[in-house]
Design a protein around this ligand. Structure first.
Ligand SMILES: Nc1ncnc2c1ncn2[C@@H]1O[C@H](COP(=O)(O)OP(=O)(O)OP(=O)(O)O)[C@@H](O)[C@H]1O
Length: 248
């Protein structure tokens, strides 16, 4: 069956506790009667996505556009399965790779090699297929024998290079991306861009959240405009960009 993504009336609500209401010190103050208000912990709800209906079919190359906090990353996380909708339904057909939470689930004690194999298996590969990723990742990351060491001994840049290389070594049906992943130093960035472009052209469905107009024009054939968690427009990239940049 051809890959597709379908969201039906999807909402994501985050319960957020008042910063003054949580924490050990505040709890102690309340207990001692020193805190004036003594109010119990208050939960508010942030509606990150509301009533999102969306269908993406084979060949879709979609840009996600919206101001800070509009809901782009949240939508990508719903699509990748990191967040389960508070309301509504998500249906996905096809393998998904998300270049969003690259370090998600990274065990600090695991070696770089273990990390590569585990990620491959999580992506649905057999152990043998996952082991076959090692040569490519080793060459791309230039981490050579450091791959035998626990990832907790890596610098931030090294961790990013490893996570990025594994995520891009796998050719999924559906690729989800948040901006262009900043992986490593300037020389590595150039290599990473090249690898990303090759990957983006191989996948069947691409969803790219970005604030970079040129990038969106280059890789996407249509766009979605999000505002305050709602999908307010779907259309050609330039139409969405014009609406996005229009004065409020
Ligand atoms: N874990 C969370 N807990 C509470 N609120 C959250 C959480 N994650 C996101 N939000 C809220 O949900 C809304 C949407 O955030 P999201 O990160 O999806 O926006 P975005 O469009 O990706 O923004 P940006 O362009 O700044 O990356 C914001 O109001 C944000 O504060």
């Amino acid at each position: 069956m051809a890959p597709f993504i379908r969201l039906t009336d999807v909402a994501i609500d985050f319960p957020v506790f008042d910063a003054q209401s949580v924490g050990l010190i505040n709890a102690l103050f309340r207990f001692e009667g020193l805190r004036k208000s003594g109010a119990p912990a208050r939960a508010r709800t942030v509606s990150a996505l509301r009533h999102v209906n969306l269908e993406l079919t084979s060949g879709s190359r979609v840009g996600l556009i919206g101001h800070n906090g509009a809901g782009k990353s949240t939508l990508l996380r719903v699509l990748s399965g990191v967040y389960e909708p508070t309301h509504g339904q998500l249906q996905v057909q096809g393998s998904v790779s998300a270049l969003t939470d690259l370090m998600l689930g990274m065990d600090p004690e695991a070696s770089g090699l273990d990390f590569i194999v585990t990620r491959g298996i999580v992506m649905g590969m057999s152990r043998r297929e996952a082991q076959a990723l090692i040569a490519d990742v080793r060459e791309f990351t230039e981490l050579s024998d450091r791959l035998y060491m626990p990832v907790r001994t890596y610098s931030t840049g090294m961790l990013l290079r490893l996570a990025f290389a594994v995520a891009t070594a796998i050719s999924p049906d559906i690729l989800l991306m948040d901006e262009v992943v900043g992986a490593g130093d300037a020389r590595f960035q150039a290599k990473a861009q090249c690898r990303l472009q090759q990957l983006m052209s191989r996948v069947n469905i691409l969803v790219l959240a970005s604030h970079n107009d040129e990038l969106l024009r280059r890789f996407c054939t249509e766009a979605l405009l999000l505002r305050n968690g709602e999908l307010v427009h779907r259309g050609p990239v330039d139409d969405c960009l014009a609406l996005y940049h229009a004065p409020a």
